[in-house]
Design a protein around this ligand. Structure first.
Ligand SMILES: Nc1nc2c(ncn2[C@@H]2O[C@H](COP(=O)(O)OP(=O)(O)O)[C@@H](O)[C@H]2O)c(=O)[nH]1
Ligand SMILES: [Mg+2]
Length: 537
């Protein structure tokens, strides 16, 4: 259950984390230790706001000084555990909180251990934290507040948590003056408004009248706290049943909350999928655009195509169309006459132009994801300057992918038409010339048109297709151009996937796998089963 990280900063995040934390706390701080030591006395924690008389009340129950009270705030700086002598060792620490232990042999302590705590509204944060932690371990809470301050000094959140997990809470209204007789029912109504169940017995709120503090022990007379003492004696008498009820309620709470945590895991997963879908759509659109530009002949600037075409000899097309075959010899001569470096340069230029065409689209896609995530809480929290732009290595990666494609293209040209290549005496120019022609055919988008259909007016584009067709034959030329196109798109898709992967990784790190929902439910089920076994003993 604790493994649910809920790192996706959506609107639901805080609530999911809060529920997970409460659930884990109930298991770790209450249920597991409690069921591990079923014979330990019930832990009764006296808590409340500053100066409400907690220490005085504990002393009054003990009829002696257990915890020093005082007008100076804060007086109680550490929990004081009043327990039976034979249990003294077990309480030097409760959870991670070090406690002062006062061993005694008061009959109440056979079944109960009573803890006086620092002020729950202390200005010392450490004191508040200690008290909250001790409260997590409580079987029974005595929540003490004074008649003067009850309206504004109740920590609803903390009490609500304890109430929900099923511990008993005794609400004590201290220092009541005889004149303020409506305070008890007013306080009870306030508690009910906040959804807090009435304590055991009647009345729900236990009143303690304002007294003069007497004696060295700084305690109230026993009679003043008799209703509270009676309630505690009753709980002590029913210790085994009370323990069983509280733990059963805690188990039921955990099972319910685990369901809520599991639902949170699934809801978070949905949110993650939505963000992922945005990324998929953006890159899908960018890829579709690139594909249609490729097929429409506008992926690479026309000037570049024409410059390349010039080198291979566009002017010869006219003669070819008129039936002269000498153009091919001219092309072959021109290419073979050129130093290898020249053909290499054409390739490099093609590579550069292509890499740019792809990179520009990836930059645009990254910005589009940035814009879309920006308007989503979770998305915005995940966006980094890196993610708002294409990956730092995207140019190099694209060039590498294109290099591999060009290499495979050379192999493809060899495989598709070596005989015709030889026959056409283009072999002397090497595969590169044919590869360059293929590149140009692909990027000048002659599509399925033949040179003749395209006509002289098509210029460079038709020339490339024409050369290829003449060299390889029409069918082979078309299939070669088609395979080259497809393998180019496959190669580009790899770069697109790698780019998308950056967002996927971030989303993966920020969200929990949906199977965790099942794990959480299974863990809750295991808790319920062990609890049933425990209660059957
Ligand atoms: N007169 C009178 N003083 C009280 C009563 N309860 C507490 N006090 C005083 O109020 C101050 C704070 O009490 P204390 O028990 O230390 O409060 P805590 O902070 O809640 O533990 C001390 O000076 C007590 O003597 C009471 O019922 N009557
Ligand atoms: Mg105190």
């Amino acid at each position: 259950m604790a493994a649910a990280g809920f790192n996706l900063a959506s609107a639901g995040q805080q609530e999911r984390r809060r529920r997970r934390d409460q659930l884990v706390t109930v298991l770790r701080s209450y249920l597991i230790p409690r069921l591990g030591e079923p014979d330990a006395p019930l832990l009764v924690v006296v808590a409340g706001p500053t100066g409400s008389g907690k220490s005085t009340i504990v002393n009054s129950i003990a009829e002696g000084e257990v915890s020093r009270p005082g007008p100076l705030r804060p007086t109680t700086r550490q929990p004081v555990v009043w327990c039976h002598r034979r249990h003294a060792e077990r309480y030097s620490r409760i959870g991670s909180v070090e406690c002062k232990v006062v061993g005694d042999d008061h009959p109440l302590l056979e079944d109960l251990t009573i803890v006086d705590t620092p002020d729950i509204d202390s200005y010392v944060a450490e004191h508040r934290a200690m008290t909250v932690e001790i409260l997590h371990h409580a079987d029974v809470v005595v929540f003490l507040t004074s008649a003067q301050r009850y309206a504004d000094a109740v920590p609803w959140e903390v009490l609500g948590g304890i109430d929900r997990r099923g511990s008993e809470i005794l609400y004590v209204l201290n220092r009541l003056s005889r004149r303020a007789s409506g305070a008890v029912s007013d306080y009870a109504a306030l508690l009910r408004r906040h959804g807090l169940a009435a304590g055991p017995g009647d009345p729900a709120v236990i009143p303690v009248q304002e007294q003069r503090v007497r004696g060295e022990a700084a305690a109230l007379p026993a009679k003043a706290v008799s209703r509270l003492t009676d309630a505690l004696r009753d709980i002590a008498r029913r210790r085994v049943d009370v323990m069983s009820d509280i733990t059963s309620r805690a188990v039921a709470y955990c099972v319910d909350e685990a369901e809520a945590v599991a639902a949170g895991v699934l809801a978070q997963h949905e949110e993650r999928l939505r963000l992922e879908a945005v990324v998929d759509r953006v890159y899908e659109d960018a890829f579709d655009e690139l594909t249609s530009e490729l097929d429409g002949g506008s992926l690479i600037r026309t000037e570049v195509i024409e410059r390349w075409a010039e080198r291979v000899g566009t002017g010869d097309v006219a003669r070819w169309i008129k039936g002269s075959a000498s153009w091919l010899k001219n092309v072959a001569d021109r290419l073979s006459g050129q130093p290898a470096a020249e053909v290499g340069r054409i390739e490099r230029e093609a590579r550069r132009e292509l890499a740019d065409a792809v990179t520009v689209r990836l930059e645009r896609a990254a910005r589009a994801v940035g814009t879309a995530w920006e308007v989503d809480d979770a998305g915005r929290a995940l966006l980094t300057p890196d993610l708002r732009a294409a990956g730092g290595d995207v140019s190099d990666d694209t060039e590498a992918v294109i290099d591999r494609w060009l290499a495979s293209l050379a192999a493809l040209v060899e495989a598709e038409g070596p005989r015709r290549l030889r026959a056409a005496r283009v072999a002397s120019t090497g595969v590169n010339a044919a590869a360059v022609a293929t590149i140009l055919a692909v990027f000048s988008a002659t599509g399925g048109l033949t040179g003749a259909e395209f006509g002289v007016a098509a210029g460079a584009a038709a020339a490339q297709q024409g050369i290829l067709e003449h060299v390889l034959g029409q069918a082979a030329a078309r299939s070669l151009a088609g395979s080259a196109r497809d393998s180019f798109l496959d190669a580009v898709r790899q770069v697109f996937s790698a780019e998308k992967g950056r967002y996927r990784r971030v989303l993966e790190a920020a969200s929990d796998p949906p199977r965790l929902a099942d794990d959480v439910r299974a863990a809750a089920e295991a808790v319920a089963v062990s609890s049933e076994e425990f209660h059957a003993l």
